[in-house]
Design a protein around this ligand. Structure first.
Ligand code: PBG
Length: 332
């Protein structure tokens, strides 16, 4: 592999003389096809309201969500990830609303898919938008119980598949859930429903603004998700997580967060060579966006961050900046 390179036969600057040359030999290219826009849709709500800890990002009632998706499509993006913001009166300790076939998110997915049949819609599977304690599963004997939670996640997944979600994305980190959800999807004739596993999801403080957005942070309080989300000190464990999920039937695996975990994205892509997504999470977005809005950083840092994530090995990226970056790339 190693070729001896000597100056002046080699002048690496020859290929950096202008931007056309630089673009011609660029190893990484980001396009609108690689971007997925997350959207927050709020129950019992009309209009749009800003999220304090996420500059330029809103919670939308369903009508405005439709308008927002129109704008996302216009930007050249064809994939969205929907997150429900559930009215606190409808939350309980078991996250019961998650398994009500007529629930807010299923109706929203239905409406969206009717309006935009070919948009790729990703629906999160986890109980935290629905629980009054803010955890992703049910609590038994003071612990988030793995196996009892999976039983609920299976029903939640079937409901989301039947509502028309193209991808089911378990973000809960229970052990064994991918296999059991896959089996339930097969048994119920949802053979083409794609399983996008949040396979390597770290117990990260970068999720803070998202928890504000969906209203789970005050419920969660000081409680931690460390008994199910991965320790940020581990890398080999991420490979175990991914191997398990692939064996259990995941079509795509995801790493989350993205920027502080580029080594994990790289290791997973190198080892498994399967479709690999990364989630640039709320805190990553907000810290960049705030600094940009203050004029402390040039707005190009957002694009730089996304290209870095792609260069590390991600095939696609969920980012709150997706629409805006896509518009920029299309010059609209
Ligand atoms: C919930 C979920 C979280 C995110 C996506 N799905 C938060 C969490 O695990 O606490 C975080 C996304 C973000 O920070 O943008 N299971």
């Amino acid at each position: 592999m190693f070729i001896e390179r000597k100056f002046p036969n080699t002048r690496l600057r020859r290929l950096r003389r202008n931007t056309n040359l630089i673009d011609l030999v660029s190893e990484t290219n980001l396009s609108s096809n690689d971007l997925i826009q997350p959207i927050f849709i709020k129950e019992n709500f009309d209009g749009s309201e800003p999220i304090d800890s996420m500059p330029n990002i809103f919670r939308h009632g369903i009508d405005n969500a439709i308008k927002e998706i129109e704008d996302i499509k216009k930007s050249g993006i064809n994939s969205i990830a929907v997150f429900p913001v559930i009215d606190s009166i409808n939350k309980d300790s078991k996250g019961s609303q998650a398994v009500d076939a007529n629930n807010f998110i299923s109706n929203s997915i239905n409406t969206i898919k009717k309006q935009f049949p070919d948009i790729i819609l990703i629906a999160d599977v986890a109980l935290d938008p629905y629980t009054d304690h803010g955890h992703d599963g049910v609590i038994i004997n003071d612990q988030v119980d793995n196996d009892e939670t999976i039983k609920i996640l299976i029903d939640q997944s079937l409901i989301l598949a039947s509502a028309g979600a193209d991808m089911i994305a378990p973000s809960d980190m229970m052990d064994g859930r991918i296999g059991l959800i896959r089996k339930a999807l097969e048994d119920n004739n949802y053979k083409d429903t794609i399983l996008l596993s949040y396979a390597a999801k770290y117990n990260s403080k970068f999720y803070g603004p998202f928890r504000d957005a969906v209203g789970s942070s005050s419920n969660l309080g000081k409680s931690s998700k460390s008994s199910y989300q991965m320790s940020l000190k581990n890398k080999e464990e991420a490979l175990h997580e991914v191997a398990m999920d692939i064996n259990e039937g995941a079509d795509i695996v995801m790493i989350k967060p993205a920027m502080p975990y580029l080594d994990i994205i790289h290791a997973i892509k190198e080892n498994f060579k399967i479709p690999t997504f990364a989630y640039q999470v709320s805190g990553e977005y907000s810290m960049l966006k705030l600094a940009i809005n203050e004029g402390w950083l040039d707005s190009d840092v957002m694009l730089e961050s996304l290209i870095s994530i792609k260069r590390a090995g991600a095939d696609a990226i969920l980012s709150y900046a997706a629409k805006e970056i896509s518009k920029e790339m299309q010059k609209i």
